[in-house]
Design a protein around this ligand. Structure first.
Ligand code: NDP
Length: 244
């Protein structure tokens, strides 16, 4: 479509991804969001965006499946050119580092790290000249976690890969940045007891858990012209919880 800018948001149907999809729609992008298992929430996000007069569509794609990723890359909104790519999908299953097994480790790496690579690799020839890429990492990718050695390692790999990509793409005018959230109110924290939630809030200097919109606002900035001189950055959005 002439003049229409397109954003692709992986895992854009719920949680942080849903907030990013809605925010980028508000910013004027038509939204192609992907989901893996949760089709209903994804369709609801699409409907909500369309009600505002912005076009949106949901595509089913398991990022660990190279065939599904290759099929996604044939979507006309992708072949017409992507202005913004947000690699947001991710999984976090709490397992103590001492108990971590190779099957679990491989699954986490396949989703959080290799899945991001597969998407990038499949769509890279369709990025527009000034394309912006935003990768959702995690504070745990720098901090580590007793309950998420696999997750932390996958997010560390993701961040350093994205930084490397930023250096490689900079001469082409394309920018890549990483957002590293702290605690954010999504299903990832849904298992918290009320006591755990209060202790998390107390731990954060700004005294609250982050909202998906807190992350979406940062992504919006990092893909906008206001951040034209920022690339390869890891932006920590965590209420002051962890300042590397
Ligand atoms: P949610 O669990 O709410 O959402 C996870 C998203 O990832 C869903 O859209 C899910 O799709 C998608 N996803 C998972 N596995 C796959 C797969 N194999 N293929 C495609 N998509 C997949 O988590 P959040 O919204 O909280 O997390 C979003 C990102 O933010 C993640 O990368 C997460 O690691 C990161 N993050 C979150 C923090 C938090 O406190 N919430 C803190 C730091 C980082 P579906 O539901 O359709 O399966």
């Amino acid at each position: 479509m002439e003049g229409m800018r397109t954003a692709l948001v992986t895992g854009g149907g719920r949680g942080i991804g849903a907030a990013i999809s809605k925010r980028l729609a508000k910013d004027g992008y038509r939204i192609l969001l992907t989901y893996c298992n949760s089709s209903k929430p994804a369709e609801m996000v699409v409907d909500e965006i369309r009600e505002t007069g912005i076009d949106a569509v949901a595509a089913n794609c398991d990022v660990t499946d190279a065939r599904e990723v290759a099929l996604l890359a044939t979507h006309p909104w992708i072949t017409e050119g992507i202005d913004v790519l947000v690699l947001n999908h991710g999984r976090y299953d709490r397992v103590d580092a001492k108990e971590l097994g190779i099957t679990h480790l491989k699954r986490t790496m396949a989703t959080n790290f290799e899945g991001a690579f597969l998407i990038w690799d499949a769509v890279k020839t369709h990025l527009t000249d000034q394309a912006r890429i935003c990768v959702i990492g995690s504070q745990l990718g720098t901090r580590g976690s007793a309950h998420g050695a696999d997750y932390s390692a996958s997010k560390a790999a993701l961040a350093i890969w994205a930084r490397s990509l930023a250096q490689s793409l900079a001469p082409d005018g394309k920018r890549v940045n990483i957002v590293a959230p702290g605690f954010v109110d999504t299903d990832i924290l849904a298992g918290d007891s009320p006591e755990k939630r209060i202790s998390r809030e107390q731990e954060v200097p700004l005294k609250r858990i982050g909202t998906p919109e807190d992350i979406a606002g940062t992504v919006s900035f990092l893909v906008s012209e206001d951040s034209n001189y920022i690339t390869g950055a890891v932006v920590h959005v965590n209420g002051g919880l962890y300042l590397p």
